[in-house]
Design a protein around this ligand. Sequence first.
Ligand code: C5P
Length: 397
Amino acid sequence: MNLQGKTIVLVVTGGIAVYKAVELLRLLTKAGATVQVIMTRAATEFVTPLTFQTLSGNPVHTELFNLIQEQEIGHISLADRADALVIAPATANCIGKLANGIADDLLTTTVMATTAPVLLAPAMNVNMYQHPAYRQNEQKLRQMGCQVVDPEQGELACGWQGTGRLARPEVIFEAVCRLCAPQDLVGQTILVTAGPTREELDPIRFISNHSSGRMGYALARAAQRRGARVILVSGPVALDRPTGIELVPVASACQMQQAVMERVEACTVVIKAAAVADYRPVQRSDQKIKKEGERLVVELERNPDILAGLGRLTRRPLLVGFAAETGDLQGHAAAKLAAKNLDMIVANDVTQEGAGFNVATNIARLLFRDGRVEELALMSKEELADLILDRVRGLLG
Ligand code: C5P
């Protein structure tokens, strides 16, 4: 997600997980955010402010009343400027203070003074995490409207096993993106299909295509950030499982069809970004096909067209298709839009550099039911995902 123009206040409190906050800072700045870092005195014992200062490009704030900092920025100004305030790692001590309205340092004062959304990423020993005092404090902060990224389970730095390990930086980053995104898809249930399908020839081999799933996953993540409930029906891909999204893994086109049809009734929007194989082998051999003659002929039969099937439903959700073409983009895409009874189709010429399968960018043309056509420039799949969702939002009315 593009966080250009957003100011994130990253509050770092003192626990061994401070080093992970460095990675979170990198993710935030790479996404274009301006990051102001507040560190507690204990946090500076683990990693020096210099690291955070160098990576954020801004002075690190450590003191409540610092003559130079106060003149430049001040804790109220930090609180006012924030689009979101993230506390990672958040210690039991800081959560305890915040839950009880104590404001005796820069961190607690800034959190109390801000009207921006606050995100906590707790990290502590498993017994502290389970302590009734901590549980009550966390609950209180949730009730006050703070968002919490739960710690993960595993081996803790203190030697214990259990829950208390700071969530991974990518997971916290995703939660920050959600806080900064417009919540314009709340109440929508959006099913996205992604990736290729695999049509098996035998237990070892299959027919597939070059789809990486990136476009579909970017759409699913963007829709979730914007408040939608998201169901992601995914063919086999090498992408991280997105958190907070219902993931339905499938392999073949027939499995994808079943997964989509079982869920479509609950959906308000279906976006079919998957590259579904049009044909499958007539016969799948139970045994490995042996190398025998000089030639092997494989007979294929048509797969169901899932999207066309959705277009024929009497009560159908808003439908968005994709058209990957190698020529006459406009003609083919317009024909598919009409034949499949879609609301919108995202067409791209996969022979163009920077477009299509397995690259991080795309060059798309959007065609709408009413004949409108929108030509788009080269952009990242993340940017395109948000733009597609803007148009979906418009079509939903
Ligand atoms: O007809 P074509 O395969 O080019 O159409 C592409 C669009 O149709 C994509 O949105 C794709 O996900 C969908 N599709 C489908 N089932 C198929 C083939 C394509 O849903 N068997």
